[in-house]
Design a protein around this ligand. Structure first.
Ligand SMILES: Cc1cc2nc3c(=O)[nH]c(=O)nc-3n(C[C@H](O)[C@H](O)[C@H](O)COP(=O)(O)O)c2cc1C
Length: 232
């Protein structure tokens, strides 16, 4: 096992990367070079995991593989095939989480010019996920289906490390829970065994700043809503 960190003069300060990363939902056709891919996935490989089991199984599609996956997923959505995710996700969030979920959707839809009652507009926005927002690459993050919440923590750490590594290299990305919807398509394309479940996807490439959705900025709650400091 080797994953030597490459010290690169273009490296970005980690704080700048954390502050700069955001979900990008519109990409140019410019592809990421194989060298840059090795670099960012090499950095993500350094992520910590419980007992160093490194449970992440990553499948990256570009070129014809990306085109096939995209077409197959779009076809499922257009046919109205119900999603068939490997891992359960809450059907609905109650307060205080719901208000954030709604604010996030409203901010995005406003930027996209989609009104409250514009059902076709919302469907179109949903479909953009399966079009991979036109990104030339998509990574699927999977792990053994038998693993539950505590092990999925390791994949969350991996995902953020990967996104920050991409950000530092000027590569834009969008994490997508929606990529959980049709895992059999992903398993078929990559010849993955049924033991591996797909947790999340990550479309990536270079930002197309002319895409309206990319004006979206999502804010965060004040620290006191999430973090308790106790000292007595
Ligand atoms: C695990 C995960 C799944 C997500 N799934 C989607 C998705 O399917 N589609 C989408 O457009 N954004 C998705 N997002 C992006 C979130 O909406 C976004 O991270 C959040 O609103 C904060 O915005 P920011 O990433 O620009 O800071 C996902 C983010 C995470 C971390």
């Amino acid at each position: 096992m080797s994953s030597e960190p490459i010290v690169d003069s273009r490296s970005m300060d980690v704080e700048v990367a954390i502050r700069t990363r955001r979900s990008v939902r519109g990409f140019t056709s410019r592809t990421v070079t194989p060298e840059a891919m090795q670099h960012v996935f090499g950095l993500a490989q350094l992520s910590p995991s419980n007992c160093n089991i490194q449970p992440w199984r990553i499948f990256v599609a570009s070129g014809a593989a990306r085109d096939r996956l995209r077409q197959a997923m779009i076809a499922q959505v257009e046919r109205g095939t119900p999603p068939n995710p490997d891992f359960e996700y809450p059907d609905r969030f109650e307060e205080p989480f719901r208000k954030h979920q709604i604010a996030c959707a409203v901010t995005l839809f406003n930027e996209m010019g989609i009104g409250r009652d514009d059902k076709p507009g919302r469907n179109r926005a949903l479909l953009r996920n399966f079009e991979l927002f036109d990104a030339p690459h998509v990574a699927f993050l999977g792990m053994n289906k038998q693993f539950k919440e505590p092990v999925s923590l390791d994949l969350g750490i991996y995902l953020q490390t990967l996104m920050l590594a991409m950000t530092a290299r000027g590569i834009a990305c969008c994490p997508q829970g929606s990529m959980r919807s049709y895992p059999d398509i992903v398993r078929h394309e990559f010849g993955i065994s049924q033991e591996i479940g797909i947790l999340v996807g990550l479309s990536f490439g270079y930002e197309d700043s002319s895409v309206a959705a990319n004006r979206t900025r999502i804010d965060r709650s004040p620290l006191a809503e999430n973090v308790v400091f106790k000292n007595d």
